[in-house]
Design a protein around this ligand. Structure first.
Ligand SMILES: *[C@@H]1O[C@H](CO)[C@@H](O)[C@H](O)[C@H]1NC(C)=O
Ligand SMILES: *[C@@H]1O[C@H](CO)[C@@H](O)[C@H](O)[C@H]1NC(C)=O
Ligand SMILES: *[C@@H]1O[C@H](CO)[C@@H](O)[C@H](O)[C@H]1NC(C)=O
Ligand SMILES: *[C@@H]1O[C@H](CO)[C@@H](O)[C@H](O)[C@H]1NC(C)=O
Length: 433
């Protein structure tokens, strides 16, 4: 996407405040914090009713606040006379009622239990008061608005989809693009990077809401994004969208041609993408793996996933099998055609992490094969004594920084090609008609 394209995006409201679009500089960001904490990990959510906060209404105003919060994110939907001041991060709901609501604070980023992710997310305050000295509206906007943050772990490919883009889809698709995005902690490069998706969800320019010193008035605002398990679409409140809906949406957004793998039989060899990693969890003998897979009968591409989502999406959609070592690159399975095969190579010790990439294939109607490396395929072999806890009990390593350093940042692989061949053969079998 280039700057010009972003600037001509049409908007009546947005042009005044729109976020400046600058060219995204690959690699120009650093995650401010480590990727996750064990304490922030939970796997099971119970379904819950959506509570309506107390509200009696008098006269013709019917202010409503829905509470869609769950352990993953705080989400409130307000309908009524809503006055939002971006520079003070406050949302006031004018009520005719005598009952004033206890103010609620919300950090609109979907990784609520992770203090590390949340520390740089701006906190918003929602109050509901009888119309005592309501701030005057500078503009009244009839389009519904969604408030979300691009802080947290934004910039990491997995988190961009799991924490923001998928939740944003679940929250805002219902408006069929008639929705205004109010971004707090707005980061130009992030908006620029994901502009194609954002533009498919909203026909308006995106507002950098923090810099607004005026009071914007709305009749419907959602603050926070509906999210549930990582890369899954299980949020229990309607409207219900599935991961298949999300994948179909992405195919439309990026004009991806292949809905299913069934189109290649008799025309060409099955295609395999091996996601290369150069900086950590590297496959040192990647060339041997490529040769073996070619020997089995695949057309093989080994490539690092770049920052241009459009080209990554097209590449991934063109293959029938995607192979990757545990890491953010596997997030790209969302672009695979149905019935494609995902092979995740699991280095030593990572079994104790949440299984981010094992479950989505089921929802996406993909096939999944896990390949756990043996000790002798890992660079950790020989680096620590055999009776070290590094091998015998990875869970004993409590400090995430230490865990990350040992298993994630300093472990490369030498794949046992004849052992891995079995997995590749199985993938080939799965693709047969
Ligand atoms: C909204 O729901 C969440 C989760 O059930 C709960 O923890 C929170 O207290 C609720 N907020 C209000 C203002 O009732
Ligand atoms: C918005 O909030 C800021 C900071 O509290 C305040 O200075 C400003 O007057 C408010 N704007 C309006 C229009 O009320
Ligand atoms: C969504 O918007 C498009 C284009 O404006 C329109 O053709 C379509 O009918 C709308 N869909 C729904 C469900 O409203
Ligand atoms: C590596 O270890 C596995 C499992 O313990 C074993 O089957 C295999 O033969 C070993 N490979 C080599 C090259 O030593």
């Amino acid at each position: 996407m280039d700057n010009e394209e972003a600037n001509v995006a049409t908007s009546k409201i947005g042009s005044i405040f729109a976020v400046r679009f600058t060219q995204w500089l690959p690699g120009a960001f650093l995650l401010g914090c480590i990727i996750m904490l064990f304490t922030a990990v939970y796997t099971v959510f119970e379904s819950y009713p959506v509570p309506l906060l107390k509200y009696s209404s008098i006269g013709n105003q019917q202010p409503i606040i829905h509470n869609f919060s769950n352990p993953r994110s705080d989400v409130y939907e307000m309908i009524g006379d809503i006055r939002l001041n971006g520079s003070s991060a406050t949302i006031l709901m004018v009520s005719n009622s005598e009952n004033n609501m206890t103010p609620v604070t919300v950090k609109p980023y979907a990784r609520k239990a992770d203090n590390c992710a949340m520390q740089n997310v701006r906190e918003w305050k929602i109050t509901a008061e009888a119309n005592v000295a309501s701030p005057r509206c500078s503009q009244t906007i009839t389009t519904p608005a969604v408030v979300f943050s691009t802080a947290g772990y934004s910039g990491n490919h997995f988190h961009d989809f799991s924490d923001t883009l998928l939740p944003l889809y679940l929250t805002s698709r219902q408006f069929n693009r008639s929705v205004l995005f109010l971004v707090t902690n707005a980061q130009d490069w992030w908006i620029s990077k994901h502009y194609t998706i954002l533009d498919s969800l909203s026909s308006y320019n995106i507002l950098d809401i923090d810099s607004q010193n005026e009071v914007l008035c709305f009749s419907r605002v959602i603050i926070g994004l509906k999210a549930d398990k990582d890369l899954r679409a299980d949020h229990p409140s309607p409207p219900h969208y599935s991961m298949l809906d999300f994948a179909q949406f992405l195919r439309n957004v990026y004009s991806l041609g292949r809905e299913s793998v069934k189109d290649f039989h008799g025309f060409r060899l099955p295609r395999m993408l091996i996601i290369s990693r150069q900086h950590s969890r590297r496959i040192n003998n990647e060339g041997d793996v490529v040769d073996m897979a070619r020997g089995v009968g695949f057309d093989v591409i080994a490539e690092e996933m770049g920052h241009n989502i459009d080209s990554v999406a097209h590449l991934v959609n063109s293959v029938d099998v995607m192979v990757g070592v545990h890491g953010a690159g596997l997030t790209n399975q969302i672009f695979l055609p149905k019935d494609a095969v995902v092979i995740q190579i699991m280095p030593i010790g990572l079994d104790v992490l949440p299984h981010f990439y094992d479950f989505p294939p089921k929802d996406l109607k993909l096939r999944y094969i896990g390949y756990s490396v043996s000790l002798n395929e890992s660079s950790l072999f020989g680096k620590y004594p055999m009776d070290s806890e590094v091998f015998t009990n990875p869970r004993a390593i409590q400090e995430y920084e230490e865990f990350k350093s040992i298993y994630l940042d300093n472990q490369d692989l030498n794949i046992d090609v004849s052992k891995f061949r079995e997995t590749i053969l199985k993938a080939k079998e799965l693709l047969e008609p």
